[in-house]
Design a protein around this ligand. Structure first.
Ligand SMILES: Cc1cc2nc3c(=O)[nH]c(=O)nc-3n(C[C@H](O)[C@H](O)[C@H](O)COP(=O)(O)O)c2cc1C
Length: 367
């Protein structure tokens, strides 16, 4: 099957990319005290040299006292960290790439195995990181207002540094997703609510603030997941109608691209068709979408955290869906973490040179 559809350029507002392949955001914890240094810039530059269309950074945390549980996760605030990110984007641009930081607030977290803790308790909609797990405080109105402002500031700083777009991390049970999920959002004020649409208010306000600070032409991505790492089979939206009620307010508030996180991109979202999450999001909102999840590689990313290796796999099903118009862009995680030249090898049909993924790749920034 042809892979041509993966190698068409794509343009949307401030974003102009040479192909449809996106490097998925992947936390690396190689930024001591939150500062991304020259090694981090070299790591991303390599992916630009390897012809990745759009690089999404690892999650990088916004300016809140407890937005992170890990001292080595990069900050997206403070003079030194922002200078580090400026160096990253300058390197990526010199190598002909495009990049967006993934801006992140972790919300209520498990304590990190290193024993490091932020100076203030973790914060979330109701103190819950997952059902029955309370490890922080319930956010007040002013915590919420300051957090929305901090997301806006991070996006404005990204734009100022020259990034081509920004991605809001709204997936995987972190802060924004803790607001979406009824099991972690027990609020009775305007940020809570019985239905998903009501619990989307926090995300909508974050999006509006980012739009206010960055203007209309800055491409804005949000990453969402139906599943929760503590509950793989959970679906925030159980029906296409609920999915529309969740996504439409975010599209109206200014999202340009929905990044629909799945562990396996070929899994249908609802029983009535084979469309996946990104396929439904595009059909329901008319917005561009990114699919992700075990593209070109066996196993899934939770297996990777458990130390599992993965082998290269066929792209036929992916291109079948792409040619049908289900989604616009395709994010690739583990293969690009392990090999900066994965895109070139795919384009040139050098399949015997594909490396797959082993857990050793997690221990270093593979250049
Ligand atoms: C080491 C590692 C770190 C990750 N960190 C993040 C992250 O910071 N933000 C995020 O949204 N997803 C994160 N993910 C999920 C990936 O972005 C991606 O969705 C997942 O790996 C599935 O893609 P793959 O099957 O191509 O690896 C991470 C995955 C891995 C393997």
């Amino acid at each position: 099957m042809s892979i041509e559809s993966l190698f068409r350029p794509f343009s949307l507002k401030s974003l102009h990319i040479k192909n449809r392949i996106v490097m998925a955001p992947m936390t690396r914890s190689f930024s001591p005290n939150g500062i991304p240094a020259a090694n981090v810039a070299a790591y991303y530059r390599k992916r630009a040299e390897g012809d990745v269309g759009l690089i999404l950074s690892e999650g990088t945390v916004i300016n809140r006292p407890s937005s992170s549980n890990d001292a080595n996760v990069p900050h997206f605030y403070g003079e030194e960290a922002l200078a580090g990110w400026k160096n990253v984007i300058d390197n990526v641009h010199e190598a002909g790439g495009a990049m967006a930081p993934q801006i992140w607030h972790m919300g209520i977290m498990d304590n990190h195995q290193s024993g490091w803790l932020p100076n203030e308790p973790f914060e979330g909609p109701s103190g819950l990181g997952r059902p029955g797990f309370n490890n922080g405080k319930t956010m007040t109105d002013s915590d919420i207002a300051d957090t929305i402002a901090a997301f806006g500031q991070a996006a404005a700083d990204a734009q100022k540094a020259g990034f081509n777009s920004v991605e809001i991390h709204g997936a995987h049970s972190y802060l924004i997703d803790q607001f979406f999920w009824q099991e972690t959002n027990k609020r009775t004020d305007a940020y809570g609510g019985k239905n998903l649409k009501e619990r989307t208010r926090f995300a909508v306000e974050v999006i509006k603030e980012i739009r206010r600070q960055t203007g209309d032409d800055f491409a804005l991505i949000i990453r969402l997941s139906q599943f929760k790492p503590s509950a793989y089979d959970t679906k925030l939206a159980e029906t296409p109608q609920e999915l529309a009620e969740w996504l439409t307010p975010m599209a109206d508030a200014g999202i340009d691209i929905f990044h629909c996180s799945q562990r396996r991109f070929w899994e249908p979202e609802f029983a009535e068709s084979d469309l996946n999450f990104a396929g439904w999001a595009k059909k329901l909102t008319g917005k561009a979408t990114i699919t992700v999840g075990s593209v070109g590689v066996t196993g899934d990313f939770f297996g990777a955290f458990a130390g599992e290796s993965s082998q290269p796999s066929s792209l036929d099903e992916l291109t079948r869906r792409m040619d049908r118009g289900d989604f616009d862009l395709v994010a690739v995680g583990r293969p690009l973490l392990a090999d900066p030249y994965w895109v070139q090898k795919i384009r040139e049909h050098r399949t015997d040179e594909l490396k797959g993924f082993t857990k050793d790749a997690l221990a270093e920034l593979v250049m």
